[in-house]
Design a protein around this ligand. Structure first.
Ligand SMILES: [Zn+2]
Length: 412
C-alpha cells in the first residue's frame, strides 16, 4: 500500500516522512489511499469477519504494523438513544460513545495508535504532543505500552484529572503558562530541534487518519448506512473533516450507498472560531482567546478550522455553540436520560444538538448521530457544583425512613 503524502492545497506529492506542511505553499499534507486498488477487494464481508477493533479498516489507514496496545482500540458502542430521542421529540437518535474507548477513554486513542505506529516505523525514540488533555492521556498510555519515552506539553490550567491521568503512565509532562496555541507553537520548535515524533505536529497527517475509524464504525454499526445528520464537537477541527472523509471513502469503495449526510460542528461560545466562521459566512478564520469550561475544545486558532467550515458548508450542515451553563446542562441531560457520563466537550455537543433540533434545522423524523468523544470522569470539576447528595444520615433505619418519607418528588 502506498504511504505517500499530498499537499491539500497545491497537490505536491511527498514520500512517507514525518512532515505536516508543504514546502512549496505551507498547505497541510494529507495521506490518501489508492482507492482503485481496493474497490471490490475490501468488502463488507471481509471487514465483518475481522476482530472488533479499529484495525478492521486497516487498508484505509497509513500503517504497516499495529502497535502493542492497538488490538483493543476502537469499535466502541453505537448506542440507540431512545430516552433522549423522546425528550427531544425525534425518531431516530444514536450516540457513538468513545467515552469508553481503550485505553484512555477518549477518541484520541484512535489517532495516537496510528501516530505511534508511524513513530515506530520512522525510528523515533521519543514521542510527544501539544494537548488540551485527552491527547496527553492517550500518548502517555500508549507510549508506556510501546516502551517509548515521552515529552508532553499542556496549558498549565488543565483539569487535575487530565494531569494525573497523564503522569500515572510515567510521562514527562511540561505545563506551560500559556494557552494551547502557544503550547502548539512551542512543540513545533521542539520537534524540529530534537527530532522527536510529535503526534499532532510532525506526525499529524498520519495521526489525523485515525479519526476516520470513528466514522467507519458509525457507518458499519448502522448496518452499512449513512445517518442523515452527524453532530461533532470541534477543537482543532480535524475530527469533523475525517468523519466526512470516512463517509466519502466508504462511498468510493461501494461499501455504502451515496446518500446525503449533513455534518454539524459544535463549539463552546467562549471559543467558537469555526462556528463563527460558518454562521457569519466568513472566508477566513478569526482566531479567538479561549474562555470556557470546555478546556479540551479551547483552541483559539484551530489548525483545520477552514477545512472543518468547508465540511459543514458542503454537506449542508452548520455550526452551533453553547454557553458554560448550557454545557453543564448538556452533560446532565445525557447522563440522566441515557446513563452516559461525558466530559465538557460532550456537553457542548449535546447543547448544540438540542438547539439544532429545537430550531428545526435538523428535522425530527430523520436519523441523527451524536458524537461523544470523551469521558466525564476527567472533567468532574465542571459539574460538581451542580449536583448534590440526596441526604446524609446516621446508619439507622429510622433515619432512612424519615428521609424517604420527607423526600417528596425526588423519590417519585
Ligand atoms: Zn502545497
Amino acid at each position: 500500500m502506498a504511504e505517500d503524502l499530498k499537499c491539500r492545497e497545491c497537490g505536491k506529492a511527498y514520500s512517507a516522512q514525518p512532515a505536516a506542511m508543504c514546502e512549496e505553499c505551507f498547505g497541510p499534507l494529507e495521506f490518501n489511499v489508492d482507492y482503485s486498488q481496493l474497490a471490490g477487494i475490501l468488502t463488507r464481508e471481509k471487514i465483518a469477519q475481522r476482530a472488533k477493533n479499529m484495525w478492521r479498516y486497516r487498508e484505509l489507514l497509513p500503517i504497516t504494523n499495529v502497535p502493542a496496545p492497538g488490538a483493543s482500540i476502537g469499535f466502541t458502542p453505537l448506542v440507540v438513544a431512545n430516552n433522549l430521542a423522546k425528550h427531544w421529540g425525534v425518531q431516530e437518535l444514536y450516540i457513538k460513545n468513545d467515552a469508553v474507548n481503550f485505553p484512555s477513554l477518549s477518541f484520541k486513542d484512535r489517532v495516537v495508535s496510528v501516530a505511534i505506529a508511524k513513530a515506530i516505523d520512522f525510528g523515533f525514540k521519543v514521542v510527544g504532543c501539544a494537548s488540551t488533555g485527552n491527547l496527553a492521556n492517550a500518548v502517555a498510555a500508549q507510549a508506556a505500552a510501546c516502551r517509548l519515552k515521552t515529552c508532553i506539553l499542556i496549558p498549565s490550567d488543565l483539569e487535575p484529572a487530565k494531569i494525573t491521568g497523564t503522569l500515572i503512565y510515567g510521562a514527562n509532562l511540561i505545563a506551560v503558562t500559556g494557552n494551547y496555541d502557544e503550547v502548539n507553537r512551542l512543540c513545533t520548535q521542539i520537534a524540529e530541534r530534537y527530532q522527536w515524533g510529535f503526534v499532532n505536529v510532525n506526525l499529524r497527517p498520519y495521526y489525523a487518519e485515525g479519526s476516520k475509524t470513528y466514522g467507519f464504525e458509525i457507518l458499519e454499526q448502522l448496518g452499512w448506512k449513512t445517518p442523515q445528520h452527524i453532530i461533532v464537537p470541534m477543537a482543532g477541527g480535524s475530527l469533523i473533516t475525517k468523519i466526512q472523509k470516512a463517509v466519502q471513502e466508504f462511498q468510493k469503495l461501494g461499501l455504502i450507498e451515496q446518500s446525503p449526510c449533513r455534518i454539524y460542528g459544535a463549539q463552546a461560545e467562549g471559543c467558537a472560531p469555526i462556528v463563527n466562521m460558518v454562521k457569519q459566512g466568513l472566508d477566513r478564520l478569526r482566531p479567538v482567546k479561549p474562555n470556557t469550561i470546555a478546556k479540551s475544545l479551547a483552541i483559539g486558532n484551530p489548525a483545520d478550522g477552514i477545512y472543518a467550515a468547508r465540511v459543514m458548508r458542503q454537506s449542508g450542515g452548520t455550526g452551533e455553540s453553547a454557553t458554560d451553563d448550557e454545557i453543564v446542562a448538556g452533560i446532565r441531560l445525557l447522563a440522566t436520560t441515557e446513563g452516559i457520563f461525558t466530559e465538557t466537550a460532550g456537553g457542548v455537543m449535546i447543547a448544540a444538538a438540542e438547539k439544532l433540533i429545537r430550531s428545526g434545522k435538523i428535522p425530527p423524523d430523520e436519523s441523527i448521530v451524536l458524537s461523544i468523544t470523551g469521558n466525564g470522569l476527567k472533567t468532574q470539576d465542571a459539574i460538581t457544583g451542580s449536583v448534590k447528595i440526596t441526604a446524609t444520615i446516621k446508619p439507622t433505619f429510622q433515619d432512612f425512613q424519615r428521609t424517604y418519607e420527607q423526600g417528596g418528588e425526588a423519590w417519585q
